[in-house]
Design a protein around this ligand. Structure first.
Ligand code: AMP
Ligand code: MG
Length: 319
């Protein structure tokens, strides 16, 4: 692994001190990419207003251009320049921002955003992240930052700087190392509509958390309509076959355990789902790099953040 403060060479993992934050701010303001930790996963950030910078994200990830990006903002005031907030959106932002919740809102007609960010949709996905490093960059640069997960499209999301280096090393001028991500799963995505709300991607903020704030249940799923274009069946996929709900180890299979099912690694020996979420992608990265021919995962309770864990595992298992 390469360490250092050189911001010109590619693939540099840089400890996130003040000098590195200043250098990262300059890169972002110049339309370059920087990989940045957030509380969910590492993001690959670029100036959301700069079409060339946004194009660099799609190119570095090999991401299909119909898959829109989440825009990260400093606060709700900045978000209101991009999306139209109704009372539901207001309540959700007040309750969960800064934090791991993304709101899909009607796009403001004059939003200062490159069209490619929303892939031409009349809506925009916005999040106000809590991580102090991402907050520092938003504040220092004054930019809104488009930032999908910092991994090649379709592969396992990164929760550590070395995961980013392994997946995208040569394609990113700078990787800010802020340690492991605390939540470890991508943000919950909620579509806010005139007549209610809907979860487009389960995540660290659960459906119950949201219902407790809004006071009523989500709208029924829209049949046959792909609302979140990036939510492909196969995603987060390791290079090896993944089997789910496995309760016993087999030769040549790397077993990721949970609770009493020990395995080669264990997402949480005490059966703590938040701990399991934080460890999930790291466990998949390690399993993928092992000598085993396949990966097996113990059953995860389908409740709370376990729903988001099972969503990611189901996509990891589709090849
Ligand atoms: P990522 O940035 O990789 O975490 O993925 C962001 C995801 O947000 C995309 O794959 C879409 O599923 C979703 N998304 C972004 N913008 C919109 C939008 N305007 N409407 C619905 N979903 C969106
Ligand atoms: Mg992603």
């Amino acid at each position: 692994m390469m360490f250092g403060s050189n911001t010109l060479g590619n693939g540099w993992v840089v400890p996130a001190d003040d000098a590195a934050i200043t250098a990262a701010t300059q890169l972002l303001m110049a339309g370059q990419l920087v990989a940045i930790p957030t509380e969910t996963v590492y993001g690959l950030a670029a100036d959301a207003q700069n079409a060339e910078a946004v194009a660099r994200i799609y190119a570095a990830k090999g991401r299909p251009d119909f898959n829109p990006l989440i825009v990260h903002v400093r606060d709700q005031k900045a978000a209101e320049k991009l999306g139209v907030f109704n009372a539901t959106a207001q309540a959700l932002a007040e309750a969960f921002w800064p934090g791991p919740l993304t709101l899909v809102l009607p796009l403001q007609p004059d939003a200062p955003i490159a069209r490619s960010v929303t892939a031409g949709l009349p809506t925009i996905a916005i999040r106000c992240p809590a991580h102090p490093l991402m907050q520092a960059l938003l504040l220092k640069s004054g930019l809104s930052l488009a930032a999908p997960s910092a991994n090649p499209s379709g592969s396992i999301s990164p929760t550590r700087a070395d995961h980013v280096l392994k997946g995208l090393g040569g394609a990113v001028p700078m990787i800010l190392d802020g340690g492991s991500c605390s939540a470890g799963l991508e943000s919950t995505i909620v579509a806010v509509r005139d007549d209610g709300w809907q979860i487009l991607r389960p995540g660290p903020v659960t459906s119950e958390d949201i219902e407790n704030v809004i006071g009523y249940a989500p709208l029924a799923a829209t049949n046959g309509l792909i609302e979140a274009p990036g939510q492909m069946a196969s995603h987060y996929a390791p290079s090896k076959p993944v089997r789910l709900n496995v309760i016993a180890s087999e030769p040549d299979v790397y077993l990721i355990g949970f609770g009493a099912i020990a395995g080669d690694d264990n997402l949480s020996a005490t059966g703590d789902l938040a701990q399991a979420a934080a460890h999930l992608f790291e466990a998949l990265h390690t399993a993928d790099a092992s000598a085993a021919v396949a990966i097996a995962v113990a059953p995860i309770p389908h409740e709370g953040i376990g729903i988001a864990i099972n969503d990611r595992l189901a996509r990891a298992a589709v090849r």
